[in-house]
Design a binder for this molecule. Sequence first.
Ligand code: FES
Length: 91
Amino acid sequence: MIVCHCQNISDHDIHATIDWIRASDKRTIITPGKLYRALGKTADCGGCMPLFLATMRTNQNMTVPMQLRNLRHGITQENHDERRQKSNRIP
Ligand code: FES
């Protein structure tokens, strides 16, 4: 099924590209922009984005890598303020 008519991208192209990106880098966040770049194309009208994203979400490799989950939970307001003070400290 053709998902992007401007660039002639099928659902098979999307799934194959997601699998290829995930195989080459297990820690990357996969975005539509990365898929277009990997396919050597650029989005034109953007009308396909809802279907493009829905197709991406059906792929098993679209999960966020474990190393990148819950990154915000480690930062508390105290830790955040400490880092700011250290980086702005005048010697
Ligand atoms: S249909 Fe995909 S960019 Fe136009």
